[in-house]
Design a protein. Sequence first.
Length: 261
Amino acid sequence: MKKLSSNPIYHIAYWGLVLVVLVLSFGLSWESRRAAFFFIIMLFPVVLGTSYFFNYLLVPKYFIKKKYRQFFLYTFYTIVVSLYLEICVLMFSFIVLTKVNYDKLDNHASDTILLAIIMYLLVFIGSFLLLLQQIKENNQTIQRLKDENNKMKKAYFEIISNRKTVKIPYDDIIYIESLSEQIIIHTKDNEIVSKEKISHLEKRLPDLFLRIHRSFIINKEKIKAFSYTNITVEDKELTIGRSYRSVVKEILQSSNNTNIL
């Protein structure tokens, strides 16, 4: 699942909404939405550049890492540069708007302080939304680590087989296979059959295991080699499902103990 902060649809929707609100606001003030649209379009690159530079460079690189001196210094430089660019846009936009005979502009159009306040308000709104998203992602990461830690506290998991509870060490499992109404856990010494669904079992297993197909979960430590379509665990070659290939490839290529066929 994509993170909200890295999802282009989120960014397009947010800035599209900002553009509409600004055009409507300035359009009502100037009695010309068309003039407001052209003016906001010319000012928009400065707002976008300032927002992304502040939120995606200064904040993560300096503020989050507690390098406050560099953060405030570069923030000051950013304000100076953005204000200079804003004034340049103002001068250029008035020349263009004058040429096309827009004469209904309100005095607020030349109010640099007001425009700066609006610009930095947008920047900090973006920062606030990004902060909320980071808090949400951090909480999800913490919860995931807690769940993983709980799974790894035991070196085995329990499953019902032939009406008995069987304890199976993680290290013994080579791969798990799903058939029509049951699963087979292939271990070093034998095969254990259970009626538990593979999707339920997947949630109980730690990250040591990887789902590669609707019918297969493998022990990553048992991998001998893999290609884009197949993977070998011990002496067994298994097929990688089409819908799993991109995720499996990304995970396995980051491993140092496997070979690409």
